[in-house]
Design a protein around this ligand. Structure first.
Ligand SMILES: Nc1ncnc2c1ncn2[C@@H]1O[C@H](COS(=O)(=O)NC(=O)[C@@H](N)CS)[C@@H](O)[C@H]1O
Ligand SMILES: [Zn+2]
Length: 478
């Protein structure tokens, strides 16, 4: 794709920067003619592949099994769980015809898959021995979002919806699974070098049909939080609706207790937003589609010699297991640096005539660290350089988050803090006080039982009514 003229807006104008970088770095083409649906460029799809490979690994190595359920859900099943319907009825797409003939039972495009999976769980779960059941799928789901749609952030077709669904013998077993899911999500976001906060959503914000919802939030550069994952304890609400029972040791039929937990491509939006800079994407090595780009510095003389040496270097790095490209285009080195920086490539390795004579190469990380490396040590040096670079990404992101969390002693202080980040206030749990807090701060009550190494939970008088309250996070949200 052409390097369009003009330059990327400053990241301080985050909305403009985000929209621009999505096409300049070839992540998403937003020109598809259906609102809320977007097209993955191949480079962006490479970022998605690497990101979801980490998620698959984490799930597969914590005894989940990947599966695949149908996209279409018969209305008869979809309409079974009252709370669930209430929560999704104005978001679900319906298929009403097959060709020219009307369907006798309309089919929902899954907004999430409880009502396609759980009728099958009822057939799969017979005895205690079938539990715990832990499956997941990575599918597209559809939600007729009426709020402002945005690529990767608020979609009508969620193209990369990882949804896990588990069934357990007891409520406590399901609660333990909630904790396992949260630790998996914490490891996943640590691999993306993204610091998160976890909190328990207030009851009016929990997943429809859930006992409670734990949510994972990331702070975006504009000071708003993005909900980048959720874990729901479903109790036995769905198992009673869908008759998912098992025979216990005493031969009694018992309802299973369930959880479900989802991550969408918002994880990629957070990676782009949290790490990006005024030159474009800045990608953590684990997810970068291209981890190293070899740039031959081609002068008139010795061009062939340099090119040959660069090809050998590229092959060596590739054979060591890295995702490597070599840029032999007939362009100034500076134009090549611009291109690969825009694409967030963590490391470029320059090879010119002087390097051949000195037996060295020059390694430059995406955040500007320059190292001269002995040619015969490159294959061992590169992983170390990439590791140190990833650690700097993590530290920078942590610093941004900690410097944008404010312990607020009053509603006014919270309102000030929410302009640029997260406020922590004491809230009594009463919905009326929450409404007061949200109105006064122009933010949302994210939740309580906050888990973040940067937030210490304490008790204290509710910022609104003075009754006994507990630490609660508030922020403007996507
Ligand atoms: N319209 C949307 N576009 C992009 N991501 C979304 C959208 N709606 C929700 N998400 C993301 O998907 C995650 C899971 O969605 S959810 O409704 O909270 N939970 C479920 O659907 C459960 N069934 C999890 S399996 C959310 O935490 C949010 O990060
Ligand atoms: Zn109160």
């Amino acid at each position: 794709m052409e390097e369009e003229s003009g330059s990327l807006p400053s990241k301080s104008d985050f909305s403009a920067w985000y929209n621009d970088v999505l096409w300049r770095a070839e992540i998403m083409d937003v020109r598809y003619p259906v609102k809320g649906l977007y097209v993955w460029y191949p480079f962006g799809f490479g970022l998605r592949r690497q990101t979801y490979a980490i998620l698959r690994d984490l799930l597969d190595n914590s005894d989940h099994e990947e599966t695949l359920f149908p996209l279409l859900i018969p209305k008869t099943e979809f309409m079974k769980e009252a709370e669930h319907i209430k929560g999704f009825e104005d978001e679900v797409y319906w298929v009403t015809h097959g060709g020219l003939s009307e369907l006798d039972i309309p089919l929902a495009l899954r907004p999430t898959s409880e009502t396609s999976i759980y009728p099958m769980f009822a057939l799969w779960v017979r005895s205690h021995a079938d539990l715990p059941l832990k499956v997941y799928q990575i599918v597209n789901t559809f939600r007729y979002e009426t709020k402002h749609t945005r690529p990767l952030i608020r979609l009508r077709e969620i193209t990369s919806f990882k949804e896990a669904h588990t069934a357990h013998a007891t409520w406590d077993d399901a609660a333990a699974q909630v904790e396992i899911a949260l630790s998996l999500y914490t490891r996943f976001y640590d691999d993306l070098c993204i610091p998160i906060t976890i909190s328990r959503r207030p009851d009016w914000d929990k997943f429809p049909g859930a006992d409670y919802t734990m949510a994972v939030d990331a702070l975006m550069p504009d000071g708003r939080t993005l909900q980048v994952g959720t874990v729901h304890h479903l109790g036995d609400h769905f198992s009673k609706t869908f008759e998912i029972t098992y025979e216990d040791a005493e031969g009694q039929q018992q309802y299973v207790h369930q959880t479900c937990y989802g991550i969408s491509e918002r994880c990629i939006a957070a990676t782009i937003g949290v790490h990006g800079d005024d030159k474009g994407l800045v990608l953590p090595p684990k997810v970068a589609p291209v981890q190293v780009v070899v740039i031959p510095i081609i002068m008139k003389k010795r061009a062939d010699e340099v090119l040959a040496a660069a090809e050998v270097l590229k092959a060596e790095l590739q054979d060591s297991g890295l995702r490597v490209k070599i840029d032999t285009r007939d362009m100034r080195p500076g134009a090549k640096y611009y291109h690969w920086e825009m694409h967030g490539v963590p490391l470029r390795v320059e090879v010119g005539p002087r390097d051949l004579d000195a037996g060295t190469v020059v390694a430059v990380t995406r955040d500007g660290e320059k190292t001269t490396v002995q040619r015969d040590e490159v294959v061992t040096a590169v992983p170390e350089i990439l590791g140190a670079y990833a650690a700097r990404l993590r530290t920078n992101a942590e610093e941004f988050l900690t410097s944008h969390i404010t312990e607020a002693g009053s509603v006014e202080e919270a309102a000030e803090a929410v302009k640029t980040g997260i406020a922590v206030v004491h809230w009594c749990g009463d919905e009326a006080c929450a409404e007061e807090l949200e109105k006064a701060t122009n933010g949302s009550v994210l939740g309580t039982e906050v888990r973040s190494e940067h937030i210490t939970i304490s008790e204290g008088p509710c910022a609104v009514c003075g009754r006994q309250g507990t630490s609660t996070v508030i922020a403007r949200t996507y």
